[in-house]
Write a protein that binds this ligand. Structure first.
Ligand code: HSE
Length: 367
C-alpha cells in the first residue's frame, strides 16, 4: 500500500513518481522492515494500521482488499482526514459518495465529482472494467440495447495465494499422471480415470481456492446472493451502469461468471442486442477506434488463435477484441469475444491513471 503527498507544482511526465513529493509505503504485515528503494520514498515500511500516520498525507492508495478498507476508511474520515482514498475493493464502490474510475470512459464524470469535492475514487470490478474497455465504442455510439456476458476469469482475480495454489494443483495432478504418461502401454483412459479419481478424492490441495481448478472450471465467482446469482454477476450490471452514469436508465446486462485455470487474463464472450442494424465492418471500426488500447483481431482462425488468447495478451495493456459476428437469426444481434489483463486494466491501471488525474486537478478545477 502506498500513499503520497502530491506536488502542487507542474511535474515532468516521465513516471508516476515524478509528481509525488513523498511516497510512504505501508504494510499490514511487514511494518518496520526495509521497503523497495524508490525515489522520494522512506526506506522503512510504515504500519498500515497507524491512523495518526495515515491522517497526514494527501492520497492513500490501498491494494489491500475490502477488509482493510472496511477497517480503516471510516475511522480515518471520522478523524477528519480530507485526503483522496483510492482502492480497487468493492467496499465503497456503490456508495453515493464514491466514483468508480475508468477514465477512458468516464473522465468527465470523475472530474465533475472531483470539482464537487468527492474524495473516494474506486477502481471497478476487473471484469466490468475489461468489458467496458472492450465495448467502449458500442456504448459511445449508443448501440447497446442489452448484453449477456459469459466470462472466463483467470485465477489472478482470486489473488496471489490462489495463483500459487493453481500451480500446485497442476503439479500434483501431473505427479499422479506421470508414471502412466511415461509408460507406452498405458491408455489415455487409464490416465483420465486416474486424474478423475484424484480430483474427486479430496487429496488435491484446495485450501485456498476451495475446489479443484486445475483440470476443472468453477461456474460461480464471489458470494451467493441467494437469488440464483453470484455477486460478480450482479456487479456486471450495477457497476457498469454506475460507471456509465446510467443508474436512471440502466443497460440490462446478464452474466454467467466462470473461473477457469488461466493465470492472469480475463476473457469474456458477449451477445449484444444492438439498437440499429449496423454492418459488421462498421462495428469493427467503431470498436477499434474507441480508445487506443482496443485491438481488433480479424475474425479468422489463425489470427484468433494467435492473438485473441490470454497467452497473447498477458502482461500487455491491449484489450483484444475479436470474433465480431452478427447472429444468423437476428441481424441486430452480434457476438464478441475479448481478452484483457485483469492485473493491469482490470486492477492497477485505472488507479494509476486516477493518481495522474489528481495531480492535474489544479488545471481543470480552475476552468
Ligand atoms: N472479482 C474478480 C475475480 C477480481 O474474482 O476475478 C477483480 O475484481
Amino acid at each position: 500500500m502506498a500513499r503520497g503527498k502530491l506536488k502542487a507544482s507542474k511535474w515532468a511526465r516521465h513516471s508516476d513518481l515524478d509528481y509525488v513529493e513523498e511516497l510512504v509505503l505501508y504494510s499490514t504485515s511487514q511494518a518496520g522492515q526495509p521497503g523497495p528503494e524508490l525515489a522520494n520514498t522512506r526506506p522503512i515500511l510504515a504500519d498500515a494500521m497507524d491512523l495518526e500516520s495515515l491522517n497526514t498525507l494527501d492520497v492513500i492508495i490501498s491494494c489491500q482488499g475490502g477488509n482493510y478498507t472496511q477497517e480503516i476508511h471510516a475511522p480515518l474520515r471520522d478523524m477528519g482526514w480530507q485526503g483522496y482514498w483510492l482502492d480497487a475493493a468493492s467496499t465503497l464502490r456503490m456508495d453515493n459518495s464514491s466514483t468508480i474510475v475508468l477514465d477512458p470512459l468516464n473522465q468527465s464524470r470523475i472530474k465533475q465529482n472531483l470539482v464537487k469535492g468527492q474524495r473516494d475514487f474506486i477502481g471497478g470490478n476487473c471484469t466490468v472494467s475489461l468489458m467496458l474497455m472492450a465495448l467502449h465504442g458500442l456504448f459511445k455510439a449508443n448501440l447497446v440495447e442489452w448484453i449477456t456476458a459469459m466470462t472466463y476469469q483467470a485465477i489472478s482475480g482470486g489473488g496471489a495465494q490462489q495463483m500459487r495454489e493453481l500451480l500446485i494443483q497442476m503439479g500434483e495432478i501431473h505427479e499422479q499422471a506421470s508414471p502412466l504418461l511415461r509408460s507406452r502401454e498405458s491408455s489415455i483412459l487409464d490416465i483420465d480415470s486416474r486424474i478423475d479419481e484424484y480430483l474427486n478424492s479430496g487429496a488435491l490441495t484446495t485450501s485456498t481456492i476451495g475446489h479443484p481448478l486445475a483440470n476443472n472450471l468453477l461456474p460461480w465467482i464471489d458470494i451467493d446472493l441467494n437469488n440464483g446469482t453470484g455477486r460478480e454477476e450482479w456487479k456486471g450490471y450495477a457497476e457498469t451502469n454506475k460507471i456509465l452514469g446510467r443508474e436512471d436508465n440502466p443497460v440490462p446486462i446478464e452474466s454467467t461468471c466462470v473461473r477457469v485455470g488461466t493465470f492472469r487474463c480475463h476473457s469474456q464472450a458477449f451477445t449484444i442486442a444492438l439498437s440499429q442494424d449496423v454492418g459488421i465492418d462498421e462495428l469493427a471500426e467503431i470498436m477499434g477506434q474507441a480508445n487506443r488500447w482496443v485491438k481488433v483481431i480479424p475474425n479468422n482462425r489463425q489470427d484468433t488463435l494467435q492473438s485473441l488468447t490470454p497467452a497473447a495478451v498477458s502482461g500487455s495493456m491491449d484489450i483484444a477484441v475479436g470474433r465480431i459476428r452478427k447472429t444468423d437469426f437476428n441481424s441486430k444481434m452480434m457476438t464478441v469475444f475479448t481478452v484483457g489483463d485483469q492485473l493491469l486494466w482490470g486492477a492497477a491501471e485505472p488507479l494509476r491513471r486516477m493518481l495522474r488525474i489528481l495531480s492535474e486537478r489544479h488545471e481543470f478545477e480552475d476552468d
